[in-house]
Design a protein around this ligand. Sequence first.
Ligand SMILES: *Cc1c(COP(=O)(O)O)cnc(C)c1O
Length: 215
Amino acid sequence: MKISQACAKVGRDPNDITIIGVTKYVDSNRAKQAVDAGIHHLGENRVEGLTDKYQALNGLEVVWHFIGSLQSKKTKHVIDKVDMLHSLDRMSLAKEINKRAERPVACFVQVNASGEASKHGIKDSEVISFIKQLQEFEYIRIVGLMTMAPLTEDTSIIRSTFRKLGELRKQVQKLKLEKAPCTELSMGMSNDYQIAIEEGATYLRIGSSLVGSNE
Ligand SMILES: *Cc1c(COP(=O)(O)O)cnc(C)c1O
C-alpha cells in the first residue's frame, strides 16, 4: 500500500488514518484471514453480509463498519452490531436509528459531494441543515462525513469531490454542536485512496486491492 507515501507527500501522520478492510466481495474465511493479518476494522455494505460475518467472526477483535445504504426496516438487524455507520443519508433513517439504539451510535453523514444523480447521500447544500436537525436525537453522534468519488480517470474531479467534503467538515465543526463533533472524513477506495489521503481522509474504505475480490 502506498499510504505512507501519500501521507509523506502532504505531511500527515499515517497513524491518523484508519484502514477499513471492505469484505463485501469475500467470504467469512477470507475476512478471518484479514483479521489475522492485522486488519481490525472491517466494512460491509449489505445487512446479510454484516450479520453473517459478525456471527462467523464472533470472538475476534473487530471494529465493524456499515458502509452501504441502509433500509430503515433493516436498521434493527445492524444497529446493535456496528461500531460506525457510514451511510446516514436521510431523516427517516436517523429516526429509526434513534428508536432502535440503546447507546449513542457513531454515524457519518453520507454526502453526494459529486452531485451525480445516481449517488446516494445528502446534497452538499443541505448538509448543514440536516445535521442541525439531527441534534434532537439522543442516540445519534455525527463523527464525520462520508462520500464516494465519481468513477472517472480524471483525478481533478476526484480531488475536488474530496476537497468539498473537507470544506463541509470545517463548516460543521464551526457550529460546535454537542452531538456533531464531525472530526472524521470517510473517503477513498481502492482506486482513489491516495488522493483521499492528500485531501484529509481519516477513514479509508478499501476492498478489492486489500482483502481481494474472491475472483
Ligand atoms: C465496495 C465499497 C468500497 C470498497 O471498494 P473497492 O473499490 O473494492 O476498494 C468502499 N466504499 C463503499 C461504500 C463500497 O460499497
